[in-house]
Write a protein that binds this ligand. Structure first.
Ligand SMILES: [Zn+2]
Length: 100
């Protein structure tokens, strides 16, 4: 999946609340252990840099996102961590641009 398609997917998931749009409380980086990326759904191999982002509420971990380094960067850019929420028409424009 190319970067533009992934970016559209990330935005759609954020809009549908399938991905958080706020930063996690803890972020870890290491090498992949065979689990699948929450963004692109591909396996994160032992030579790939893997990011784990924990979300914590009331001292309890509520969710952990597992991502490739590049996917984490995309998610970070598209979520509120990176910049303000996009307008809905911007999502539509991007989704349309993906269909060539
Ligand atoms: Zn990925």
């Amino acid at each position: 999946m190319d970067e533009q398609s992934l970016r559209v997917r990330v935005r759609q998931c954020i809009v549908a609340s399938r991905l958080p749009c706020a930063p996690g409380q803890k972020t870890y980086a290491g090498f992949g252990d065979g689990r699948c990326c929450d963004i692109c759904a591909s396996e994160i191999g032992p030579r790939d840099v893997q990011y784990e982002v924990d979300f914590v509420a009331d001292g309890v971990r509520t969710r952990t996102l597992i991502m490739h380094f590049a996917c984490h960067t995309l998610w970070h850019e598209e979520s509120q961590c990176g910049r303000p929420q996009h307008r809905p028409d911007e999502y539509i424009a991007l989704a349309g641009a993906d269909r060539d």
